[in-house]
Design a protein around this ligand. Structure first.
Ligand code: 1HN
Length: 359
Protein backbone atom coordinates (compact mmCIF):
# COMPACT_ATOMS: atom_id res chain seq x y z
CA UNK A 1 0.00 0.00 0.00
CA UNK A 2 1.51 3.31 -1.01
CA UNK A 3 1.48 6.01 1.62
CA UNK A 4 1.38 9.74 1.15
CA UNK A 5 2.50 12.20 3.79
CA UNK A 6 -0.25 14.67 4.47
CA UNK A 7 1.10 18.01 3.21
CA UNK A 8 2.30 19.79 6.27
CA UNK A 9 5.67 21.35 5.65
CA UNK A 10 7.83 22.06 8.61
CA UNK A 11 5.57 20.71 11.29
CA UNK A 12 7.85 18.86 13.65
CA UNK A 13 4.91 17.80 15.83
CA UNK A 14 3.24 16.12 12.87
CA UNK A 15 6.50 14.48 11.79
CA UNK A 16 6.81 13.18 15.30
CA UNK A 17 3.23 11.84 15.21
CA UNK A 18 3.88 9.95 11.94
CA UNK A 19 7.08 8.52 13.33
CA UNK A 20 5.33 7.30 16.47
CA UNK A 21 2.37 5.92 14.53
CA UNK A 22 4.74 3.91 12.29
CA UNK A 23 6.74 2.76 15.29
CA UNK A 24 3.50 1.45 16.84
CA UNK A 25 2.74 -0.62 13.69
CA UNK A 26 -0.14 1.63 12.74
CA UNK A 27 -0.98 3.49 9.54
CA UNK A 28 -3.25 6.52 9.25
CA UNK A 29 -6.02 5.92 6.74
CA UNK A 30 -5.64 9.48 5.44
CA UNK A 31 -2.21 8.73 4.03
CA UNK A 32 -3.21 5.54 2.23
CA UNK A 33 -3.98 5.44 -1.47
CA UNK A 34 -5.58 2.71 -3.55
CA UNK A 35 -7.51 1.14 -0.71
CA UNK A 36 -10.88 1.77 -2.30
CA UNK A 37 -10.45 1.91 -6.06
CA UNK A 38 -13.54 2.70 -8.13
CA UNK A 39 -13.34 -0.79 -9.61
CA UNK A 40 -11.14 -3.77 -8.68
CA UNK A 41 -7.53 -3.44 -9.86
CA UNK A 42 -7.23 -6.71 -11.77
CA UNK A 43 -3.74 -8.18 -11.91
CA UNK A 44 -4.31 -11.57 -13.55
CA UNK A 45 -4.72 -11.42 -17.31
CA UNK A 46 -6.80 -13.20 -19.91
CA UNK A 47 -4.56 -16.01 -21.11
CA UNK A 48 -4.85 -19.02 -23.42
CA UNK A 49 -2.96 -22.32 -23.06
CA UNK A 50 -3.10 -24.39 -26.27
CA UNK A 51 -3.76 -28.11 -26.01
CA UNK A 52 -0.96 -28.87 -28.44
CA UNK A 53 1.53 -27.40 -25.95
CA UNK A 54 -0.19 -28.77 -22.83
CA UNK A 55 -0.46 -32.27 -24.25
CA UNK A 56 3.10 -32.35 -25.58
CA UNK A 57 4.66 -31.20 -22.30
CA UNK A 58 2.41 -33.47 -20.22
CA UNK A 59 3.45 -36.44 -22.36
CA UNK A 60 7.15 -35.54 -22.08
CA UNK A 61 6.71 -35.24 -18.30
CA UNK A 62 5.10 -38.68 -18.42
CA UNK A 63 8.20 -40.23 -19.93
CA UNK A 64 10.74 -38.30 -17.82
CA UNK A 65 9.17 -37.84 -14.39
CA UNK A 66 7.92 -40.81 -12.37
CA UNK A 67 5.03 -40.57 -9.93
CA UNK A 68 6.04 -41.53 -6.43
CA UNK A 69 5.53 -40.46 -2.86
CA UNK A 70 6.84 -36.96 -2.69
CA UNK A 71 5.79 -36.09 -6.23
CA UNK A 72 2.38 -37.72 -5.94
CA UNK A 73 0.79 -36.06 -8.96
CA UNK A 74 2.10 -35.34 -12.47
CA UNK A 75 0.47 -31.97 -12.88
CA UNK A 76 1.43 -28.95 -14.98
CA UNK A 77 -0.28 -25.93 -13.46
CA UNK A 78 -1.52 -23.00 -15.51
CA UNK A 79 0.57 -20.05 -14.37
CA UNK A 80 -1.11 -16.75 -15.20
CA UNK A 81 1.49 -14.29 -16.59
CA UNK A 82 -0.11 -11.48 -14.57
CA UNK A 83 0.44 -13.20 -11.23
CA UNK A 84 4.22 -12.83 -10.96
CA UNK A 85 5.14 -16.51 -11.19
CA UNK A 86 2.44 -17.96 -8.93
CA UNK A 87 1.20 -21.36 -10.15
CA UNK A 88 -2.39 -20.07 -10.37
CA UNK A 89 -4.62 -19.81 -13.43
CA UNK A 90 -6.40 -16.78 -12.00
CA UNK A 91 -6.38 -14.84 -8.72
CA UNK A 92 -8.79 -17.38 -7.19
CA UNK A 93 -8.47 -20.58 -9.24
CA UNK A 94 -5.94 -23.32 -9.76
CA UNK A 95 -6.10 -24.94 -13.21
CA UNK A 96 -3.85 -27.67 -14.57
CA UNK A 97 -3.39 -30.59 -16.90
CA UNK A 98 -2.71 -33.92 -15.22
CA UNK A 99 -1.16 -36.95 -16.97
CA UNK A 100 -1.49 -40.50 -15.64
CA UNK A 101 0.41 -43.04 -17.74
CA UNK A 102 -0.45 -46.69 -18.40
CA UNK A 103 -0.14 -48.81 -15.26
CA UNK A 104 0.43 -45.80 -13.01
CA UNK A 105 -1.12 -45.00 -9.64
CA UNK A 106 -1.20 -41.57 -8.00
CA UNK A 107 -1.20 -42.42 -4.29
CA UNK A 108 -3.82 -41.49 -1.70
CA UNK A 109 -3.90 -38.12 0.01
CA UNK A 110 -6.38 -35.50 1.10
CA UNK A 111 -6.37 -31.74 1.43
CA UNK A 112 -8.77 -28.97 2.34
CA UNK A 113 -8.71 -27.34 -1.11
CA UNK A 114 -11.51 -28.83 -3.20
CA UNK A 115 -10.68 -30.41 -6.55
CA UNK A 116 -12.49 -31.42 -9.68
CA UNK A 117 -11.42 -33.26 -12.80
CA UNK A 118 -12.79 -32.71 -16.29
CA UNK A 119 -11.56 -35.61 -18.42
CA UNK A 120 -10.07 -34.83 -21.83
CA UNK A 121 -8.42 -38.00 -23.12
CA UNK A 122 -8.06 -41.70 -22.26
CA UNK A 123 -10.15 -44.55 -20.90
CA UNK A 124 -10.16 -47.02 -18.04
CA UNK A 125 -8.88 -44.77 -15.25
CA UNK A 126 -10.64 -44.72 -11.90
CA UNK A 127 -10.33 -42.48 -8.91
CA UNK A 128 -11.01 -43.80 -5.43
CA UNK A 129 -12.83 -41.07 -3.49
CA UNK A 130 -13.25 -41.91 0.20
CA UNK A 131 -13.34 -45.60 -0.74
CA UNK A 132 -15.78 -45.20 -3.64
CA UNK A 133 -14.28 -46.18 -7.02
CA UNK A 134 -15.32 -43.63 -9.65
CA UNK A 135 -14.47 -44.46 -13.26
CA UNK A 136 -13.36 -41.68 -15.60
CA UNK A 137 -14.04 -41.12 -19.29
CA UNK A 138 -13.75 -38.12 -21.61
CA UNK A 139 -16.34 -35.42 -20.88
CA UNK A 140 -16.98 -36.67 -17.34
CA UNK A 141 -16.80 -34.30 -14.38
CA UNK A 142 -15.45 -36.01 -11.25
CA UNK A 143 -15.38 -34.35 -7.82
CA UNK A 144 -12.91 -34.78 -4.99
CA UNK A 145 -14.36 -32.34 -2.45
CA UNK A 146 -12.50 -30.80 0.46
CA UNK A 147 -10.75 -33.29 2.77
CA UNK A 148 -11.96 -36.39 0.85
CA UNK A 149 -9.30 -39.07 0.37
CA UNK A 150 -8.45 -39.64 -3.26
CA UNK A 151 -6.07 -41.68 -5.39
CA UNK A 152 -5.96 -42.25 -9.15
CA UNK A 153 -5.42 -45.62 -10.87
CA UNK A 154 -4.67 -46.30 -14.52
CA UNK A 155 -4.73 -50.08 -15.03
CA UNK A 156 -5.01 -49.70 -18.82
CA UNK A 157 -2.41 -49.34 -21.56
CA UNK A 158 -3.11 -45.78 -22.65
CA UNK A 159 -2.48 -42.53 -20.79
CA UNK A 160 -5.25 -40.37 -19.44
CA UNK A 161 -5.16 -36.57 -19.44
CA UNK A 162 -7.57 -34.39 -17.56
CA UNK A 163 -8.11 -30.83 -16.43
CA UNK A 164 -7.74 -30.24 -12.68
CA UNK A 165 -9.62 -27.30 -11.16
CA UNK A 166 -9.03 -26.39 -7.51
CA UNK A 167 -9.80 -23.51 -5.15
CA UNK A 168 -6.22 -23.40 -3.78
CA UNK A 169 -5.71 -19.61 -4.07
CA UNK A 170 -8.91 -18.94 -2.13
CA UNK A 171 -8.19 -21.49 0.60
CA UNK A 172 -4.62 -20.21 0.83
CA UNK A 173 -5.80 -16.61 1.21
CA UNK A 174 -7.91 -17.80 4.16
CA UNK A 175 -4.93 -19.63 5.73
CA UNK A 176 -6.93 -22.84 5.71
CA UNK A 177 -4.79 -25.23 3.61
CA UNK A 178 -4.26 -28.62 5.29
CA UNK A 179 -2.81 -31.73 3.64
CA UNK A 180 -2.09 -35.33 4.66
CA UNK A 181 -0.68 -38.32 2.83
CA UNK A 182 -2.77 -41.48 2.88
CA UNK A 183 -1.56 -44.94 3.88
CA UNK A 184 1.17 -46.40 1.67
CA UNK A 185 -0.56 -49.66 0.89
CA UNK A 186 -2.39 -49.38 -2.39
CA UNK A 187 -6.01 -50.14 -2.80
CA UNK A 188 -6.38 -52.73 -5.50
CA UNK A 189 -9.93 -53.54 -6.36
CA UNK A 190 -12.12 -54.18 -9.33
CA UNK A 191 -13.99 -51.06 -10.34
CA UNK A 192 -17.75 -51.14 -10.15
CA UNK A 193 -19.08 -49.73 -13.41
CA UNK A 194 -21.23 -47.37 -11.33
CA UNK A 195 -19.86 -45.67 -8.21
CA UNK A 196 -21.80 -45.99 -5.00
CA UNK A 197 -22.40 -42.21 -5.16
CA UNK A 198 -24.12 -42.63 -8.53
CA UNK A 199 -26.14 -45.62 -7.30
CA UNK A 200 -27.51 -43.40 -4.56
CA UNK A 201 -27.88 -40.07 -6.31
CA UNK A 202 -28.08 -40.61 -10.09
CA UNK A 203 -30.83 -43.24 -10.20
CA UNK A 204 -33.09 -41.01 -12.26
CA UNK A 205 -33.29 -37.25 -12.91
CA UNK A 206 -35.05 -35.39 -10.10
CA UNK A 207 -35.13 -38.32 -7.66
CA UNK A 208 -33.02 -38.43 -4.53
CA UNK A 209 -33.13 -41.00 -1.74
CA UNK A 210 -35.49 -40.25 1.15
CA UNK A 211 -32.74 -41.46 3.48
CA UNK A 212 -29.26 -41.41 2.01
CA UNK A 213 -26.28 -43.55 3.01
CA UNK A 214 -25.43 -41.07 5.77
CA UNK A 215 -28.75 -41.71 7.55
CA UNK A 216 -29.63 -38.83 9.83
CA UNK A 217 -26.13 -37.33 9.69
CA UNK A 218 -25.92 -33.73 8.52
CA UNK A 219 -25.45 -33.63 4.75
CA UNK A 220 -21.97 -32.74 3.52
CA UNK A 221 -21.21 -29.20 2.31
CA UNK A 222 -20.63 -30.62 -1.18
CA UNK A 223 -22.62 -32.68 -3.66
CA UNK A 224 -22.81 -36.35 -2.61
CA UNK A 225 -22.85 -37.25 -6.31
CA UNK A 226 -19.18 -37.46 -7.33
CA UNK A 227 -19.42 -38.06 -11.09
CA UNK A 228 -21.43 -36.32 -13.80
CA UNK A 229 -21.27 -38.41 -16.94
CA UNK A 230 -20.77 -36.97 -20.40
CA UNK A 231 -23.79 -38.87 -21.76
CA UNK A 232 -26.06 -36.99 -19.33
CA UNK A 233 -24.44 -33.61 -19.96
CA UNK A 234 -24.68 -34.09 -23.73
CA UNK A 235 -28.33 -35.13 -23.46
CA UNK A 236 -29.23 -32.09 -21.35
CA UNK A 237 -27.56 -29.69 -23.78
CA UNK A 238 -29.20 -31.34 -26.80
CA UNK A 239 -32.60 -31.12 -25.12
CA UNK A 240 -32.12 -27.47 -24.18
CA UNK A 241 -31.18 -26.53 -27.76
CA UNK A 242 -34.28 -28.37 -29.02
CA UNK A 243 -36.47 -26.61 -26.45
CA UNK A 244 -35.26 -23.11 -27.30
CA UNK A 245 -34.34 -23.33 -30.97
CA UNK A 246 -31.39 -21.13 -30.09
CA UNK A 247 -27.74 -21.59 -31.01
CA UNK A 248 -26.47 -21.64 -27.42
CA UNK A 249 -27.25 -23.74 -24.36
CA UNK A 250 -25.69 -24.01 -20.92
CA UNK A 251 -26.15 -26.25 -17.90
CA UNK A 252 -24.88 -26.02 -14.37
CA UNK A 253 -23.65 -29.06 -12.44
CA UNK A 254 -25.49 -29.19 -9.11
CA UNK A 255 -25.84 -31.08 -5.86
CA UNK A 256 -28.96 -33.18 -6.61
CA UNK A 257 -30.13 -32.98 -2.99
CA UNK A 258 -30.09 -29.19 -2.75
CA UNK A 259 -29.76 -27.68 -6.22
CA UNK A 260 -26.70 -25.83 -4.99
CA UNK A 261 -23.30 -25.76 -6.65
CA UNK A 262 -21.30 -28.98 -6.63
CA UNK A 263 -18.87 -27.64 -4.02
CA UNK A 264 -19.05 -24.56 -1.76
CA UNK A 265 -16.26 -22.70 -3.55
CA UNK A 266 -16.60 -23.82 -7.15
CA UNK A 267 -19.31 -23.59 -9.80
CA UNK A 268 -19.14 -25.85 -12.86
CA UNK A 269 -21.02 -25.37 -16.10
CA UNK A 270 -21.07 -26.86 -19.60
CA UNK A 271 -21.81 -24.61 -22.55
CA UNK A 272 -22.72 -25.63 -26.09
CA UNK A 273 -22.57 -23.17 -28.95
CA UNK A 274 -23.57 -23.75 -32.54
CA UNK A 275 -22.30 -21.46 -35.30
CA UNK A 276 -24.44 -18.36 -34.90
CA UNK A 277 -24.34 -14.88 -33.46
CA UNK A 278 -21.74 -13.72 -30.96
CA UNK A 279 -23.08 -14.14 -27.40
CA UNK A 280 -23.66 -10.87 -25.52
CA UNK A 281 -20.53 -9.46 -23.92
CA UNK A 282 -20.86 -9.86 -20.15
CA UNK A 283 -18.59 -8.98 -17.29
CA UNK A 284 -18.88 -10.40 -13.81
CA UNK A 285 -17.01 -10.38 -10.53
CA UNK A 286 -14.92 -13.48 -9.94
CA UNK A 287 -12.78 -15.38 -12.39
CA UNK A 288 -13.22 -18.42 -14.60
CA UNK A 289 -11.23 -21.05 -16.42
CA UNK A 290 -12.78 -22.33 -19.64
CA UNK A 291 -11.79 -25.73 -21.02
CA UNK A 292 -12.65 -26.56 -24.61
CA UNK A 293 -13.99 -30.08 -24.92
CA UNK A 294 -14.67 -30.11 -28.64
CA UNK A 295 -15.18 -27.76 -31.56
CA UNK A 296 -13.72 -24.40 -32.52
CA UNK A 297 -14.79 -21.00 -31.26
CA UNK A 298 -13.54 -17.48 -30.71
CA UNK A 299 -13.63 -15.88 -27.28
CA UNK A 300 -13.22 -12.12 -26.90
CA UNK A 301 -12.00 -10.92 -23.51
CA UNK A 302 -11.79 -7.15 -23.06
CA UNK A 303 -11.29 -6.76 -26.79
CA UNK A 304 -8.65 -9.48 -27.18
CA UNK A 305 -9.58 -12.43 -29.38
CA UNK A 306 -8.60 -16.00 -28.49
CA UNK A 307 -9.14 -18.93 -30.85
CA UNK A 308 -10.25 -22.02 -28.91
CA UNK A 309 -9.84 -25.59 -30.11
CA UNK A 310 -10.32 -28.94 -28.35
CA UNK A 311 -8.30 -29.11 -25.12
CA UNK A 312 -7.42 -25.39 -25.02
CA UNK A 313 -7.75 -23.68 -21.63
CA UNK A 314 -8.59 -19.99 -21.19
CA UNK A 315 -8.28 -17.90 -18.01
CA UNK A 316 -10.82 -15.07 -17.73
CA UNK A 317 -10.18 -12.57 -14.90
CA UNK A 318 -12.80 -10.80 -12.82
CA UNK A 319 -14.71 -7.89 -14.34
CA UNK A 320 -13.57 -8.42 -17.93
CA UNK A 321 -16.02 -8.32 -20.83
CA UNK A 322 -16.40 -11.79 -22.30
CA UNK A 323 -18.23 -13.25 -25.29
CA UNK A 324 -18.11 -16.32 -27.50
CA UNK A 325 -18.74 -17.13 -31.14
CA UNK A 326 -18.63 -20.69 -32.48
CA UNK A 327 -17.04 -21.61 -35.82
CA UNK A 328 -18.46 -25.13 -35.49
CA UNK A 329 -20.49 -26.95 -32.79
CA UNK A 330 -18.46 -26.31 -29.65
CA UNK A 331 -18.66 -27.62 -26.08
CA UNK A 332 -16.93 -25.70 -23.30
CA UNK A 333 -16.52 -26.60 -19.64
CA UNK A 334 -16.33 -23.66 -17.24
CA UNK A 335 -15.21 -23.56 -13.60
CA UNK A 336 -15.57 -20.35 -11.59
CA UNK A 337 -15.62 -18.98 -8.06
CA UNK A 338 -19.16 -17.53 -8.25
CA UNK A 339 -20.55 -19.46 -5.22
CA UNK A 340 -18.08 -17.60 -3.01
CA UNK A 341 -18.95 -14.17 -4.41
CA UNK A 342 -22.66 -14.94 -4.11
CA UNK A 343 -22.34 -16.21 -0.54
CA UNK A 344 -20.52 -13.02 0.43
CA UNK A 345 -22.93 -10.70 -1.39
CA UNK A 346 -20.17 -9.61 -3.79
CA UNK A 347 -21.46 -11.02 -7.06
CA UNK A 348 -22.05 -8.45 -9.82
CA UNK A 349 -22.76 -8.99 -13.45
CA UNK A 350 -23.58 -6.72 -16.32
CA UNK A 351 -24.11 -7.18 -20.00
CA UNK A 352 -22.40 -4.53 -22.09
CA UNK A 353 -24.51 -2.54 -24.54
CA UNK A 354 -22.41 -3.64 -27.47
CA UNK A 355 -19.60 -5.99 -28.31
CA UNK A 356 -16.10 -4.81 -27.60
CA UNK A 357 -14.04 -4.04 -30.67
CA UNK A 358 -11.46 -6.70 -31.32
CA UNK A 359 -7.87 -5.51 -31.43
C1 1HN B 1 -4.08 -32.81 -6.21
O1 1HN B 1 -4.25 -33.53 -5.11
C2 1HN B 1 -4.48 -33.31 -7.42
O2 1HN B 1 -5.32 -35.31 -6.51
C3 1HN B 1 -4.34 -32.54 -8.55
O3 1HN B 1 -5.18 -35.19 -8.62
C4 1HN B 1 -3.80 -31.30 -8.50
C5 1HN B 1 -2.79 -29.53 -7.22
C6 1HN B 1 -2.33 -29.03 -6.06
C7 1HN B 1 -2.47 -29.76 -4.90
C8 1HN B 1 -3.06 -31.01 -4.93
C9 1HN B 1 -5.03 -34.70 -7.51
C10 1HN B 1 -3.37 -30.78 -7.29
C11 1HN B 1 -3.51 -31.53 -6.13
Amino acid sequence: MSTRRFAAPDDPALDQLYAEVAEADLQPLWTQEGLMPGAPPITDVAHLWKWKTLRGLAESSGSLVPIDRGGDRRVLSLSNPGLGGLPFATTTLWGAVQYLGPGEVAPAHHHTPAALRFVLEGEGVWTLVDGDPVSMSPGDLVLTPSWRWHEHHNPGDTPMLWFDGLDIPMVRALDAVFFEDGPDEMTNRAVDPVSSAEQWYAGAPGLVPVAGPGGAAAPPAHSPLLAYRWAGTDQALTAQLAATGRSDAAVRFTDPTSGRDVMPTLRCEMHRLLPGPRTPSTRRTGSSVWVTFRGAARAVVDGRAFELEAGDMLAVPSWTGFDLEAHEPTDLFRVCDTPVLEALGLYRENTLDRHQDVS
